[in-house]
Design a protein around this ligand. Sequence first.
Ligand code: PEP
Ligand code: MG
Length: 325
Amino acid sequence: QREKLLSYAGVPSVTPDGFSMVLAANISSIKELEAALASGAEGVGLFRTEFLYMDRDHFPTEDEQFEVYRAAAEKLEGKPLIIRTLDIGGDKQLDYYEMPEEENPFLGYRAIRFSLGRKDLFKIQLRALLRAAVYGDIQIMYPLITSVEEVREANQVLAEARKELQAEGTAHRGDVPAGVMIEVPAAVAIADLLAEEAAFFSIGTNDLVQFTLAVDRMNEKINHLYEPLHPAVLRMLVQVTEAAKRRGIPVSVCGEMAGDVLALPIWLGLGIEELSLSAQAILPVKECMLRTPAEAGRRMLDELLRCRTAEEVRERAQQFHVEMT
Ligand code: PEP
Ligand code: MG
Protein backbone atom coordinates (compact mmCIF):
# COMPACT_ATOMS: atom_id res chain seq x y z
CA GLN A 1 0.00 0.00 0.00
CA ARG A 2 2.81 2.37 0.99
CA GLU A 3 4.59 1.62 -2.32
CA LYS A 4 1.42 2.29 -4.28
CA LEU A 5 0.94 5.61 -2.49
CA LEU A 6 4.56 6.60 -3.10
CA SER A 7 4.07 6.06 -6.82
CA TYR A 8 1.72 9.09 -6.74
CA ALA A 9 4.43 11.39 -5.37
CA GLY A 10 5.44 12.74 -8.78
CA VAL A 11 1.92 12.75 -10.27
CA PRO A 12 0.24 16.16 -10.59
CA SER A 13 -2.70 16.64 -8.22
CA VAL A 14 -5.52 17.05 -10.72
CA THR A 15 -9.06 15.67 -10.64
CA PRO A 16 -10.28 13.51 -13.58
CA ASP A 17 -12.14 16.58 -14.92
CA GLY A 18 -9.04 18.77 -14.83
CA PHE A 19 -9.32 20.80 -11.62
CA SER A 20 -5.93 21.16 -9.97
CA MET A 21 -5.35 21.89 -6.33
CA VAL A 22 -1.85 22.41 -4.94
CA LEU A 23 -1.06 19.92 -2.19
CA ALA A 24 1.45 21.65 0.06
CA ALA A 25 2.84 20.64 3.44
CA ASN A 26 2.62 21.84 7.02
CA ILE A 27 6.10 21.78 8.56
CA SER A 28 7.85 22.97 11.69
CA SER A 29 11.46 22.19 10.81
CA ILE A 30 13.84 21.59 7.92
CA LYS A 31 13.77 17.90 8.75
CA GLU A 32 10.01 17.80 8.30
CA LEU A 33 10.42 19.65 5.02
CA GLU A 34 12.59 16.84 3.70
CA ALA A 35 9.95 14.24 4.63
CA ALA A 36 7.26 16.39 3.00
CA LEU A 37 9.20 16.71 -0.26
CA ALA A 38 9.70 12.95 -0.33
CA SER A 39 5.89 12.65 -0.17
CA GLY A 40 5.51 14.92 -3.17
CA ALA A 41 4.70 18.22 -1.43
CA GLU A 42 4.27 20.96 -4.05
CA GLY A 43 5.24 23.68 -1.61
CA VAL A 44 4.81 24.60 2.04
CA GLY A 45 1.50 26.20 3.01
CA LEU A 46 2.31 26.52 6.69
CA PHE A 47 5.75 26.73 8.25
CA ARG A 48 5.10 26.89 12.00
CA THR A 49 8.00 28.97 13.29
CA GLU A 50 7.29 28.36 17.00
CA PHE A 51 9.76 25.53 17.10
CA LEU A 52 12.59 27.81 16.12
CA TYR A 53 11.82 29.76 19.27
CA MET A 54 11.14 26.75 21.51
CA ASP A 55 14.25 24.68 20.73
CA ARG A 56 16.72 27.05 22.41
CA ASP A 57 17.42 29.14 25.49
CA HIS A 58 17.03 32.60 23.94
CA PHE A 59 14.96 34.33 21.29
CA PRO A 60 16.49 33.38 17.95
CA THR A 61 18.55 36.22 16.47
CA GLU A 62 17.77 37.69 13.07
CA ASP A 63 20.68 35.75 11.54
CA GLU A 64 19.66 32.48 13.18
CA GLN A 65 16.17 32.84 11.75
CA PHE A 66 17.42 34.01 8.37
CA GLU A 67 19.56 30.88 8.00
CA VAL A 68 16.60 28.55 8.68
CA TYR A 69 14.18 30.41 6.38
CA ARG A 70 16.78 30.57 3.63
CA ALA A 71 17.58 26.86 3.96
CA ALA A 72 13.85 26.07 3.64
CA ALA A 73 13.48 28.36 0.61
CA GLU A 74 16.49 26.80 -1.11
CA LYS A 75 15.29 23.25 -0.49
CA LEU A 76 11.99 24.15 -2.14
CA GLU A 77 13.71 25.25 -5.35
CA GLY A 78 11.21 27.93 -6.23
CA LYS A 79 8.09 26.20 -4.90
CA PRO A 80 5.98 28.47 -2.68
CA LEU A 81 6.80 28.74 1.03
CA ILE A 82 4.31 30.36 3.40
CA ILE A 83 5.96 31.18 6.69
CA ARG A 84 3.72 31.96 9.66
CA THR A 85 4.95 34.52 12.13
CA LEU A 86 5.33 33.39 15.73
CA ASP A 87 2.22 31.72 17.17
CA ILE A 88 3.40 31.41 20.76
CA GLY A 89 1.10 31.30 23.78
CA GLY A 90 -1.92 29.02 24.14
CA ASP A 91 -0.37 25.62 24.70
CA LYS A 92 3.08 26.70 23.46
CA GLN A 93 5.41 28.29 26.01
CA LEU A 94 9.04 29.46 25.97
CA ASP A 95 11.42 28.33 28.76
CA TYR A 96 13.35 31.59 28.68
CA TYR A 97 10.48 34.04 28.63
CA GLU A 98 7.91 34.47 31.33
CA MET A 99 4.45 34.67 29.84
CA PRO A 100 1.61 35.98 32.00
CA GLU A 101 -0.33 33.38 34.03
CA GLU A 102 -3.65 33.13 32.25
CA GLU A 103 -7.01 31.64 33.14
CA ASN A 104 -7.73 30.91 29.45
CA PRO A 105 -4.44 30.83 27.54
CA PHE A 106 -6.13 29.94 24.24
CA LEU A 107 -8.11 33.16 24.52
CA GLY A 108 -5.12 35.05 25.83
CA TYR A 109 -1.88 36.75 24.98
CA ARG A 110 -0.79 34.68 22.00
CA ALA A 111 0.08 34.68 18.31
CA ILE A 112 -0.31 38.07 16.58
CA ARG A 113 -1.27 39.61 19.93
CA PHE A 114 2.13 38.72 21.33
CA SER A 115 3.90 39.93 18.18
CA LEU A 116 2.10 43.28 18.28
CA GLY A 117 2.87 43.54 22.01
CA ARG A 118 6.55 42.91 21.34
CA LYS A 119 7.14 44.72 18.07
CA ASP A 120 10.89 44.66 18.68
CA LEU A 121 10.85 40.86 18.46
CA PHE A 122 8.27 40.88 15.65
CA LYS A 123 10.43 43.16 13.53
CA ILE A 124 13.43 40.88 13.94
CA GLN A 125 11.39 38.00 12.52
CA LEU A 126 10.04 40.11 9.65
CA ARG A 127 13.53 41.35 8.75
CA ALA A 128 14.78 37.76 8.64
CA LEU A 129 11.84 36.81 6.41
CA LEU A 130 12.36 39.68 3.95
CA ARG A 131 16.05 38.82 3.70
CA ALA A 132 15.38 35.11 3.14
CA ALA A 133 12.80 35.95 0.46
CA VAL A 134 15.68 36.68 -1.92
CA TYR A 135 16.23 32.90 -2.06
CA GLY A 136 12.74 31.68 -2.93
CA ASP A 137 9.02 32.27 -3.17
CA ILE A 138 8.45 33.24 0.47
CA GLN A 139 5.11 34.61 1.70
CA ILE A 140 4.33 35.83 5.19
CA MET A 141 1.26 34.82 7.19
CA TYR A 142 -0.16 36.30 10.41
CA PRO A 143 -1.86 33.95 12.91
CA LEU A 144 -5.06 34.47 14.93
CA ILE A 145 -6.19 37.65 13.22
CA THR A 146 -9.47 38.98 14.60
CA SER A 147 -9.60 42.54 13.23
CA VAL A 148 -8.65 44.83 10.37
CA GLU A 149 -6.52 46.94 12.74
CA GLU A 150 -4.31 43.98 13.57
CA VAL A 151 -3.53 43.38 9.91
CA ARG A 152 -2.80 47.05 9.34
CA GLU A 153 -0.59 47.25 12.41
CA ALA A 154 1.33 44.12 11.43
CA ASN A 155 1.76 45.43 7.89
CA GLN A 156 3.07 48.67 9.32
CA VAL A 157 5.83 46.82 11.19
CA LEU A 158 6.54 44.94 7.97
CA ALA A 159 6.87 48.25 6.11
CA GLU A 160 9.27 49.54 8.77
CA ALA A 161 11.39 46.40 8.50
CA ARG A 162 11.53 46.88 4.74
CA LYS A 163 12.52 50.51 5.09
CA GLU A 164 15.29 49.69 7.54
CA LEU A 165 16.77 47.03 5.28
CA GLN A 166 16.61 49.40 2.34
CA ALA A 167 18.34 52.21 4.25
CA GLU A 168 21.08 49.84 5.39
CA GLY A 169 21.54 48.42 1.91
CA THR A 170 20.89 44.87 3.20
CA ALA A 171 19.84 42.40 0.50
CA HIS A 172 16.11 41.63 0.77
CA ARG A 173 12.93 41.37 -1.27
CA GLY A 174 10.52 44.26 -0.84
CA ASP A 175 7.33 42.86 -2.33
CA VAL A 176 6.74 39.82 -0.13
CA PRO A 177 2.97 39.13 0.08
CA ALA A 178 1.44 39.10 3.57
CA GLY A 179 -1.66 37.01 4.15
CA VAL A 180 -3.77 36.15 7.18
CA MET A 181 -4.99 33.01 8.88
CA ILE A 182 -8.74 32.72 9.21
CA GLU A 183 -9.12 30.74 12.42
CA VAL A 184 -11.44 32.78 14.62
CA PRO A 185 -15.18 33.27 13.96
CA ALA A 186 -14.67 37.05 14.04
CA ALA A 187 -12.34 36.78 11.07
CA VAL A 188 -14.98 34.78 9.19
CA ALA A 189 -17.63 37.40 9.92
CA ILE A 190 -15.42 40.18 8.54
CA ALA A 191 -13.76 38.12 5.80
CA ASP A 192 -14.93 40.65 3.18
CA LEU A 193 -13.11 43.44 5.04
CA LEU A 194 -9.99 41.38 5.72
CA ALA A 195 -9.82 40.43 2.05
CA GLU A 196 -9.11 44.09 1.29
CA GLU A 197 -6.10 44.09 3.62
CA ALA A 198 -4.56 40.68 3.03
CA ALA A 199 -2.74 39.17 0.05
CA PHE A 200 -4.30 35.76 0.74
CA PHE A 201 -6.32 33.73 3.26
CA SER A 202 -5.37 30.46 4.84
CA ILE A 203 -8.11 28.80 6.86
CA GLY A 204 -6.81 27.25 10.08
CA THR A 205 -9.53 24.73 10.85
CA ASN A 206 -7.97 23.50 14.11
CA ASP A 207 -8.62 26.75 15.89
CA LEU A 208 -11.64 27.66 13.79
CA VAL A 209 -13.49 24.48 14.79
CA GLN A 210 -12.43 24.90 18.42
CA PHE A 211 -13.66 28.49 18.61
CA THR A 212 -16.78 28.04 16.50
CA LEU A 213 -18.03 25.11 18.55
CA ALA A 214 -16.54 26.37 21.85
CA VAL A 215 -14.84 23.01 22.28
CA ASP A 216 -11.32 22.82 23.68
CA ARG A 217 -9.53 20.55 21.25
CA MET A 218 -7.36 19.11 24.06
CA ASN A 219 -10.15 18.32 26.54
CA GLU A 220 -10.92 14.60 26.44
CA LYS A 221 -14.25 14.90 28.17
CA ILE A 222 -15.73 16.86 25.28
CA ASN A 223 -13.64 15.40 22.48
CA HIS A 224 -16.71 13.97 20.82
CA LEU A 225 -18.11 17.49 20.35
CA TYR A 226 -15.07 18.55 18.32
CA GLU A 227 -16.63 17.96 14.89
CA PRO A 228 -15.07 19.62 11.82
CA LEU A 229 -18.05 18.44 9.73
CA HIS A 230 -20.52 20.44 11.84
CA PRO A 231 -22.92 22.44 9.64
CA ALA A 232 -21.76 25.65 11.38
CA VAL A 233 -18.20 25.00 10.21
CA LEU A 234 -19.32 24.25 6.65
CA ARG A 235 -21.19 27.53 6.45
CA MET A 236 -18.15 29.42 7.68
CA LEU A 237 -15.98 27.79 5.05
CA VAL A 238 -18.44 28.94 2.38
CA GLN A 239 -18.48 32.48 3.74
CA VAL A 240 -14.68 32.80 3.80
CA THR A 241 -14.22 31.36 0.34
CA GLU A 242 -16.87 33.59 -1.19
CA ALA A 243 -15.32 36.70 0.37
CA ALA A 244 -11.89 35.75 -0.96
CA LYS A 245 -13.19 35.00 -4.44
CA ARG A 246 -15.14 38.24 -4.64
CA ARG A 247 -11.95 40.12 -3.88
CA GLY A 248 -9.83 37.85 -6.09
CA ILE A 249 -7.37 36.71 -3.43
CA PRO A 250 -6.21 33.08 -3.09
CA VAL A 251 -7.62 30.94 -0.29
CA SER A 252 -6.12 27.77 1.11
CA VAL A 253 -6.83 25.46 4.04
CA CYS A 254 -4.09 24.46 6.48
CA GLY A 255 -5.77 22.84 9.52
CA GLU A 256 -5.92 19.07 10.09
CA MET A 257 -9.30 18.95 8.39
CA ALA A 258 -7.50 19.49 5.07
CA GLY A 259 -5.99 16.02 5.48
CA ASP A 260 -9.30 14.25 6.10
CA VAL A 261 -10.34 12.48 2.91
CA LEU A 262 -14.00 12.89 3.90
CA ALA A 263 -13.59 16.66 3.54
CA LEU A 264 -12.30 16.46 -0.04
CA PRO A 265 -15.68 17.19 -1.74
CA ILE A 266 -15.90 20.34 0.38
CA TRP A 267 -12.62 21.71 -1.01
CA LEU A 268 -13.49 20.67 -4.56
CA GLY A 269 -16.95 22.15 -4.20
CA LEU A 270 -15.59 25.44 -2.91
CA GLY A 271 -12.89 25.61 -5.59
CA ILE A 272 -10.06 25.86 -3.04
CA GLU A 273 -6.71 26.33 -4.83
CA GLU A 274 -4.44 24.85 -2.19
CA LEU A 275 -4.46 22.49 0.76
CA SER A 276 -1.62 22.39 3.23
CA LEU A 277 -1.36 19.02 4.95
CA SER A 278 0.82 17.12 7.34
CA ALA A 279 3.30 15.13 5.24
CA GLN A 280 1.64 11.75 5.83
CA ALA A 281 -1.74 13.03 4.58
CA ILE A 282 -0.51 14.31 1.20
CA LEU A 283 -0.53 11.05 -0.74
CA PRO A 284 -3.78 9.61 0.65
CA VAL A 285 -5.56 12.87 -0.23
CA LYS A 286 -3.95 12.94 -3.67
CA GLU A 287 -5.03 9.35 -4.29
CA CYS A 288 -8.67 10.37 -3.65
CA MET A 289 -8.31 13.52 -5.67
CA LEU A 290 -7.12 11.61 -8.72
CA ARG A 291 -10.44 9.77 -8.93
CA THR A 292 -12.91 12.38 -7.66
CA PRO A 293 -14.28 14.74 -10.34
CA ALA A 294 -14.57 18.34 -9.11
CA GLU A 295 -18.08 18.38 -10.56
CA ALA A 296 -19.08 15.50 -8.27
CA GLY A 297 -17.50 17.40 -5.38
CA ARG A 298 -19.61 20.45 -6.18
CA ARG A 299 -22.81 18.43 -6.21
CA MET A 300 -21.82 16.69 -2.98
CA LEU A 301 -21.08 19.98 -1.24
CA ASP A 302 -24.56 21.24 -2.16
CA GLU A 303 -25.99 18.17 -0.49
CA LEU A 304 -23.78 18.48 2.57
CA LEU A 305 -24.85 22.09 3.01
CA ARG A 306 -28.46 20.93 3.16
CA CYS A 307 -27.75 18.48 6.01
CA ARG A 308 -29.04 19.53 9.40
CA THR A 309 -26.68 17.70 11.69
CA ALA A 310 -22.99 16.86 11.78
CA GLU A 311 -23.94 13.21 11.89
CA GLU A 312 -25.84 13.51 8.59
CA VAL A 313 -22.92 15.35 7.01
CA ARG A 314 -20.48 12.69 8.16
CA GLU A 315 -22.65 9.83 6.94
CA ARG A 316 -23.22 11.37 3.54
CA ALA A 317 -19.52 12.26 3.15
CA GLN A 318 -18.62 8.71 4.10
CA GLN A 319 -20.96 7.29 1.44
CA PHE A 320 -19.51 9.64 -1.14
CA HIS A 321 -16.00 8.58 -0.25
CA VAL A 322 -16.91 4.93 -0.74
CA GLU A 323 -18.67 5.69 -4.04
CA MET A 324 -15.52 7.38 -5.33
CA THR A 325 -13.25 4.49 -4.32
C1 PEP B 1 -5.03 25.87 12.87
O1 PEP B 1 -5.42 26.46 13.88
O2 PEP B 1 -5.78 25.25 12.10
C2 PEP B 1 -3.61 25.88 12.50
C3 PEP B 1 -3.20 25.38 11.35
O3 PEP B 1 -2.73 26.38 13.40
P1 PEP B 1 -2.19 25.57 14.67
O4 PEP B 1 -2.67 24.16 14.54
O5 PEP B 1 -0.72 25.71 14.63
O6 PEP B 1 -2.84 26.33 15.79
MG1 MG C 1 -4.13 27.92 14.88
